[in-house]
Design a protein around this ligand. Structure first.
Ligand code: GSH
Length: 212
């Protein structure tokens, strides 16, 4: 059984969406970030960085932190959502783009646009520009495609599942998805998936997925 330690955030939802898509049985352990539960010594035994998401395989005792590592570990174990062998490089590059560029950039924008932590005009203008670049890159990638990775129209993989939850915060970073029509089509396509809808509501029910 997979034990999932998570909260209602984009990084947490990446893993709950994948677990739902895989149809695996899993136990959910909410880690309330506003109470600082992620910094407890008990949780750090599972996630040394003190961040969600993290998983523990109760059969082997294996723990994994870092959403990208968790997604790869689960997808490789189940041999699903990685595309064909020849798609692998493509899946990895978009997964790594999400981990190193999309998530961190949009997360920094949340700091001032959502939480009111002023960073100063220069930094905020720079970050807004970087956020727009992120959406532009994704929009161009999705032109004529259904999914970010794979040949032709693409194939649904962990790369889509990693990128989508951050796009679902578009309101938090003051982005109008109508400015990025290819992203909007892809975003709506994934939002219709029952597994995405279930995974979005882990570890507890929140508002419906925002769909512009
Ligand atoms: N690179 C990590 C980032 C994880 C992360 O930033 N998690 C946030 C929630 S989305 C967190 O636990 N924040 C609480 C904290 O940093 O104290 C991953 O992708 O798993």
């Amino acid at each position: 059984m997979i034990e999932l330690y998570t909260w209602t955030t984009p990084n947490g939802r990446k893993v709950s969406i994948l677990l739902e898509e895989l149809g695996l049985a899993y136990d959910v352990h909410p880690v309330n970030l506003s109470k600082g539960e992620q910094k407890s010594p008990e949780f750090r035994m599972i996630s040394p960085s003190g961040k969600i998401p993290a998983i523990r395989d109760s059969e082997s005792g294996q723990t994994v932190m870092e959403s990208g590592a968790i997604m790869l570990w689960l997808a490789e174990r189940e041999r699903r959502f990685l595309g064909e062998a020849h798609d692998r490089a493509n899946v990895l590059e978009w997964l790594m783009w999400q981990m190193s560029a999309q998530g961190p950039t949009l997360g920094r924008i949340h700091q001032f646009a959502r939480y009111g932590n002023a960073l100063g005009d220069v930094a905020e203008t720079l970050l807004r520009g970087q956020g727009a670049q992120i959406y532009t890159v994704l929009n161009e990638r999705l032109r004529g495609r259904d999914y970010v990775a794979g040949d032709g129209a693409g194939v649904y993989t962990i790369a889509d599942m990693a990128i989508w939850p951050w796009v679902s915060r578009f309101e938090w970073h003051e982005t109008d998805l109508h400015d990025y029509p290819e992203v909007l089509k892809w975003y709506r396509r994934l939002a219709e998936r029952p597994a995405v809808q279930r995974g979005y509501q882990i570890p507890h029910a929140v508002e419906a997925i925002p769909v512009p």
